[in-house]
Design a protein around this ligand. Structure first.
Ligand SMILES: C[S@@+](CC[C@H](N)C(=O)[O-])C[C@H]1O[C@@H](n2cnc3c(N)ncnc32)[C@H](O)[C@@H]1O
Length: 205
């Protein structure tokens, strides 16, 4: 099966209707990741076929839970989940932030090559960032309470915080600061046997 077929099949399983240009953009991003990864060590996933499920479909699996509005991807690394989400939602503004210079450089390059006008790339530590988005998302960034501590200044009362997690989250949920509420949504990622969850957090009102 070709990678395009594998991706298209995964998108069908996720019930996501992306057009041919969007599927091509996702594969182009994957190809850029493979190319830059050789020199810059951007991701531990090295197999191009494996990137379809582990990076593309895994990122897109959160789409049903993503609301409209400016969205900040904290600790985006090589652009995950931000780049696949920005390809899927071209009318939504995404800010992709990372403190690592070589990763931010790669994401800028991917943004340029893919013509993603809805993406802003910020090379900074989130502790220094002050523009409040309506939604914050992260994948594999930090323990929930640490994430809330460093992003706290940009979390307004109405901000949703979405944390994509690969592991059991019970202990992290128990360590949330008093008054914060969290809902855990299971994510089924086509092609991945492991459990994935999305934790949706709100600050005390
Ligand atoms: C484990 S990687 C995850 C990358 C990507 N989200 C993914 O799922 O592949 C965590 C990323 O967070 C970034 N990071 C860690 N602490 C940060 C901070 N305080 N401010 C900005 N970026 C940070 C690191 O540079 C790294 O790229």
């Amino acid at each position: 099966m070709s990678d395009r077929d594998r991706l298209a099949g995964g998108l069908r399983e996720l019930d996501l209707a992306l057009n041919d240009d969007q599927v091509t953009a996702l594969l182009t991003y994957r190809d850029l990741l493979v190319k830059w990864n050789r020199a810059f060590n951007l991701t531990a996933v090295r197999d191009p076929g494996e990137m379809i499920a582990r990076h593309l479909l895994d990122s897109l699996a959160v789409l049903p839970h993503l609301e409209a509005g400016p969205t900040l991807d904290v600790g985006t690394g090589a652009g995950l989940p931000g780049i696949p989400l920005a390809i899927a939602r071209p009318d939504q503004a995404f800010t992709l932030l990372d403190g690592n210079g070589k990763k931010a450089r790669f994401v800028r390059q991917a943004r340029r090559e893919l013509g993603l006008d809805n993406v802003e790339v910020v090379h900074a530590r989130v502790e220094q960032y002050r523009k409040a988005p309506s939604q914050i998302i992260s994948r594999a960034f930090a323990a929930l309470s640490d994430m809330l501590a460093v992003t706290g200044p940009v979390i307004a009362p109405e901000t949703r915080v979405l944390a994509m997690k690969a592991t059991a989250v019970e202990r992290e949920l128990a360590e949330l600061p008093a008054g914060w509420t969290a809902r855990v949504e299971p994510l089924a990622v086509p092609g991945l046997a492991e459990t994935r969850v999305l934790v949706i957090i709100r600050r005390p009102q």
